[in-house]
Design a protein around this ligand. Sequence first.
Ligand code: NAD
Ligand code: TYD
Length: 339
Amino acid sequence: MRLLVTGGCGFIGANFIRLMLARHPDWTIVNLDKLTYAGNRLSLADLEQGPEDRYLFVRGDICDPDLVAGLLADHGLEAVVNFAAETHVDRSINDPAPFIGTNVQGAQNLMDCARRAKTARFVQVSTDEVYGSLGPEGAFTEDSPLAPNSPYSASKAAADLMARAYFKTYGLPVVVTRCSNNYGPYQFPEKLIPLMFLKACRDQTLPVYGDGLNVRDWIYVDDHCLGLESALLKGRPGEVYNFGGAAEKTNLDLVRALLALLGKPESLIEFVQDRPGHDRRYAMNFEKAGKELGFAPGLDFDQGLARTIDWYRANQAWLDSVQSGAYRKFMDHWYGDRP
Ligand code: NAD
Ligand code: TYD
């Protein structure tokens, strides 16, 4: 398999590339990433020391039609997995425009290039957030209505609908996957778990939005990546598949568990002003992915959280470089100014 992965210097993309190259010695991956603030080439720097016919990094924008068409043709790429996105809800509230540029127009450009190149498979990596917010009972199925509440989730829902249109209109063999909150190594510390880890280690207060009773379903990143692998290999074109971790937690319970693991006091928790439009609860029904793809979340949440904390502890240098912006300087050394 010769694969184009976009956004591979981000959290899930980096884990996906590592896992797929380890599991499939005959796969080649070209990683197209713009290196926004969330992209860190250091996360895969060791792979760049290996042979180019296994892993090749290309800095560029998924919105660039000539670049994407050229990559698909020049490298004979057979499939695309699109991770590239603006992903942080709080940033989307502050400024929605980049979310439309990358998440909607970029995804559309990729799909267009793929259909022209007759790419055999396209996986659009989406999120449970497109379904909006749940009450205390029930879980989202693939038939739940799309009801996004943030500019981020609205942009992801738009791309999901574009994928549907490209399948119906042009026959693009696209599969859409929707997953719940991921956690694990290489996650940028603006997201809940690495942010709270960093703050707790420094004895800073932990800002919990609202009453802290919003519920998220958490999945260890490798379990999501295995689901994506099966969607790539076995997913039916035109279909949507939900993935979840079967681990619903209130934010407050999660932060308390983290503090207990770190041996830090709960008095560090500070309730702060809520996020506007903050979805109350997400939960996923992933029976369809179980039946058709053999998907099941493997790692239990407590084990996964402990493993994640161990990783951040052992990779403090990665976290510090991201926090201090040193990784940007490192990349500027290679590329000059960043966008
Ligand atoms: P991330 O923010 O860590 O990484 C995004 C990556 O995309 C970065 O490397 C960035 O440089 C790159 N990128 C951004 N704009 C680009 C552009 N125009 N061209 C090329 N590259 C660009 O994101 P993540 O958490 O790894 O999420 C990856 C995908 O998975 C996203 O599509 C997201 O919506 C989806 N998703 C994430 C979660 C989660 O919990 N993190 C859950 C479900 C779905
Ligand atoms: P986040 O990691 O931003 O993921 P998402 O909003 O995509 O689910 O946030 C996870 C949950 O944690 C969400 O309910 C918002 C909450 N949260 C806080 O309470 N404090 C914080 O500082 C952050 C970043 C998030």
